[in-house]
Write a new protein. Structure first.
Length: 313
């Protein structure tokens, strides 16, 4: 369930006018910007963007960038875009970074095959290249094999399960992991091609037959960036909400808040399932996500994140 609180009825023109007023004069009225854009869904934000540019003949995104700053600006920039464009942008930034495998894994493994295909098309339109070629160009070795396989596949989305196959592939995975051969072609093939329903069945057989979860067993292998990426892929495919809760926990509890990860999860899930992620966070940490965010952030950035979390002023 979403945490975003958006009105059923609204006027894009009235919102555009209110935003123009918030931008006008000496200093931006950030509270007014948050009160409007922090309470509008993707379709409504798109209409506001269009109404603003038609009425005032200026680039809405550039105006926002000029009026806001810091982590608040970055969060608002990611929020204002259409979700598929935003996700394409996040992947591109992640590819250009180290790359940040977490974002690539999240997008390719958590989204439905059709939704991810839309993101990949948005990526091509925006960057004039395919996501696969950019991932391949910026990675190497085992990490390249895994990430290119994840972004290149179009998984079957049906719910059918082959129990015999699930048991067989659970054994294949167990042998490879016990032998500490995490880069085995069979591991990458199974993780990157099987439907989520089939992988759930394989995960269940793995735990029943071998007495340990796949992700925990992978953790017992020598630590490496590749093993972390593989574990993240398994978690994203089989327990996405638990994965996001851990990303938030790590972002808020580490020394120095990881604002990029915190922003990414809240902005991308506020219209999807952030309410359930909040519940998991509370159960795991005995503190509400709102309280943790308020404690570790400040200013307009804090106000905006809390608004997306569903906290009314």
């Amino acid at each position: 369930m979403a945490t975003l609180i958006a009105p059923d009825d609204f006027s894009a023109v009235a919102d555009a006018e209110a935003l123009k007023k918030a931008f006008h004069g000496w200093g931006t009225n950030e509270k007014a910007v948050i009160a409007i854009l922090g309470h509008r869904n993707a379709a409504q934000r798109k209409l506001i963007w269009k109404a603003y540019e038609e009425k005032y003949q200026e680039n809405f995104i550039k105006r926002l960038e000029s009026e806001l700053s810091g982590h608040f600006e970055k969060a608002m920039y990611r929020w204002i875009f259409d979700p598929s464009d935003r996700d394409a942008l996040l992947v591109n930034v992640a590819i250009k970074k180290v790359p940040d495998y977490r974002v690539i894994v999240e997008m390719s493994c958590i989204k439905s095959p059709e939704d991810f295909l839309i993101v990949k098309r948005a990526y091509q339109i925006r960057y004039k290249r395919s996501m696969e070629e950019d991932v391949a160009a910026q990675t190497s070795g085992d990490m390249r094999k895994l990430l290119v396989a994840l972004v290149g596949v179009h998984r079957y989305a049906g719910g059918e399960i082959d129990t015999k196959l699930a048991k067989s592939e659970a054994d294949i995975l167990n042998k490879a992991i016990k032998d500490k051969v995490l880069n085995h072609d069979e591991i990458i093939r199974i993780i990157s091609t099987r439907s989520k329903a089939q992988l759930m069945a394989t995960r269940n057989h793995y735990k029943d037959d071998h007495g340990i979860s796949i992700s925990k067993h992978v953790t017992h292998s020598p630590s490496s960036e590749f093993s972390s990426a593989l574990r993240a892929a398994i978690k994203c495919l089989t327990e996405p909400k638990k994965y996001y809760e851990k990303v938030l926990r790590n972002a808020l509890k580490q020394k120095g808040t990881d604002e990029d990860a915190l922003t990414r999860v809240i902005v991308t899930r506020a219209e999807v399932d952030l309410e359930e992620i909040k519940d998991l966070y509370y159960k795991r940490n005995n503190v509400t996500l709102e309280h943790a965010v308020a404690k570790e952030t400040s200013g307009d950035y804090k106000s905006f994140l809390l608004t997306l979390l569903g906290k009314n002023d």
